[in-house]
Design a protein around this ligand. Structure first.
Ligand SMILES: Nc1ncnc2c1ncn2[C@@H]1O[C@H](COP(=O)(O)OP(=O)(O)OP(=O)(O)O)[C@@H](O)[C@H]1O
Ligand SMILES: [Mg+2]
Length: 485
């Protein structure tokens, strides 16, 4: 019988596919005629482009009026976040590539569900006649890979274009250098896929997979780079009260600035979607073993994943405090269901790290043994959800912080830790660095996005002075289409 997925060995497979491997450079490919033109760009592998008109200012003015989707005027925004130098943006407004991106951004994204990922990966959705060259001699797996590659060839440019457009609709964010860097990655990847012919042969599919490996690798540091951009933006807000400079949560205005956090929720949710589409496709290339279909394991074991996350959290906590609280597991330890183990591991690790930190801070190393953290897994055959609770007695969260815990960069950890994260310099991946127990203020909002991605949710109930319960709801049926911002 296949092993339930969740332990370290199976997780490392999923994690490897999630992170991707260092890829060969993108394959050379034909350039769509409408994208050919002559302005040089410093970015490697990108066709030089010229602005359509010589007067970049006119083009920019026209574009700026398009940004009227913002409910705050540009003047207000730039006074907070600084001005955007549109002429210095790669493929800025007025270029042929920008026009092409906006055309793609006007097209509808196609959502997928966990069930679709499984059915497609199994080859269940192959139609009899796919119109492929030499179709009869192809194996089911080859046909399936071409089918998925062909879908991604159409879908990814649309999704990347949506993100470029979204980034441009928040000038306060776009004024930050790190955000411009992120936008550039999306533009480069967009153009690389657009230049690639639709893969219809085995050879083209293999080369397309190489291209996507490179794109997957390029986008690995997006989360941390965006976090740096958000940090730069927050700095531009200034402290709420100058006399409190140095206090841990002096950026009250920023945490309550709903528009920015809603935008980031959508942006990161979309990033999860793009990464799972590519990661799943790349994982499908590997020999299908046991109960794995791409990144999905049909026998995902919450208990095994919780155990692995506890071990990882203990390592991080012990490194910081010299010891770690106990964690006990309860409920349906035998349960398995279809899910993406790497997503669940991320969520569990973040929750357990939070609980460990709270427990040590509240009780101290000497007393914490009397207050173990409890992980409870609940499920019944007819249930809609698998529900996991992480409960601690770490003193809870004050009520006035309860909305802010979902804000990006909100943390009660030492501000120096956040600054350390932000000033890491060039980062290769969001996950490559050894992370501290707490500090960036991204753990909860990103975990909630992972939970919501397949139709679940994450909620926190706190009892100030006693402890915190975190509830993870994961949809069992897997038919929810991803939320597409
Ligand atoms: N179980 C908990 N008990 C008490 N406070 C908590 C708990 N979980 C979260 N918090 C509070 O919510 C804040 C935000 O949590 P979040 O996980 O998003 O960020 P963080 O832990 O500070 O940093 P990181 O990005 O490393 O996770 C924490 O700084 C802490 O103040
Ligand atoms: Mg945390």
């Amino acid at each position: 019988m296949a092993l339930a997925c969740g332990g370290r060995a199976t997780l490392s497979r999923a994690a490897a596919s999630l992170l991707g491997t260092r890829a060969a450079s993108a394959t050379a490919c034909s350039v769509a005629p409408r994208l050919r033109s002559g302005r040089s760009t410093s970015s490697p592998g990108v066709t030089p482009l010229t602005r359509k008109g010589s007067d970049a200012g006119t083009a920019n003015a026209a574009w700026v009026s398009n940004v009227a989707t913002c409910n705050v005027s540009r003047r207000q925004l730039s006074s907070r976040g600084g001005d955007v130098d549109y002429s210095s943006l790669m493929a800025g407004p007025g270029t042929a590539l920008h026009d092409d991106i906006m055309e793609s951004a006007a097209r509808k994204q196609t959502g997928v569900s966990l069930k679709t990922l499984i059915d497609t990966g199994r080859g269940d959705l192959l139609s009899g006649e796919m119109g492929l060259t030499g179709q009869d001699s192809l194996s089911t797996k080859q046909k399936m890979l071409i089918q998925v590659a062909s879908f991604l060839h159409r879908e990814l440019p649309i999704r990347l274009a949506h993100r470029v457009r979204d980034l441009e609709s928040v000038p306060d964010m776009l004024a930050q250098k790190s955000v411009q860097q992120v936008r550039e990655w999306y533009v480069i990847s967009y153009e690389e896929i657009r230049k690639f012919p639709r893969p219809v042969t085995v050879d083209e599919e293999v080369r397309f997979a190489e291209l996507l490996k490179g794109i997957y690798q390029r986008h690995a540091p997006v989360l941390l780079t965006m976090a740096r951009g958000v940090w730069e933006l927050r700095e531009s807000f200034g402290p709420k009260d100058a006399s409190r400079r140095g206090a841990k949560n002096r950026f009250g205005d920023f945490y309550d600035f709903e528009r920015t956090h809603t935008f980031l929720d959508g942006f990161y949710m979309s990033r999860i979607g793009i990464r799972i589409l590519i990661g799943h496709y790349l994982a499908l290339q590997e020999a299908g073993a046991d109960s794995w279909i791409g990144m999905v394991c049909q026998e995902t074991s919450p208990a095994a994943i919780a155990e692995a996350a506890i071990e990882d959290a203990k390592f991080v906590c012990t490194r910081q405090y010299g010891d770690a609280p106990d964690v006990t597991l309860h409920g349906r330890l035998d349960l398995t269901f279809s899910y993406v183990p790497s997503h669940l591991h991320y969520i569990m690790l973040e929750l357990i790290k939070n609980s460990m930190r709270a427990t040590v801070d509240f009780h101290g190393l000497d007393e914490m043994d009397n207050n173990p953290i409890r992980v409870v897994i609940a499920d019944g055959e007819g249930n809609e959800d698998v529900v996991i609770k992480v409960a601690d007695e770490g003193g809870g969260i004050r009520r006035s912080y309860m909305t802010r815990i979902w804000s990006y960069l909100f943390t009660t950890a030492d501000p120096a830790v956040q600054e350390g994260f932000i000033n890491l310099g060039e980062v290769e991946s969001d996950h490559a660095k050894e992370s501290p127990l707490a500090g960036l203020g991204y753990g909860l909002p990103i975990s909630r996005s992972y939970a919501r991605y397949f139709g679940g949710d994450l909620s926190i109930v706190s009892m100030e002075g006693y402890g915190t319960d975190a509830f993870v709801h994961l949809s069992r049926l897997g038919h929810h289409s991803e939320p597409l911002p």
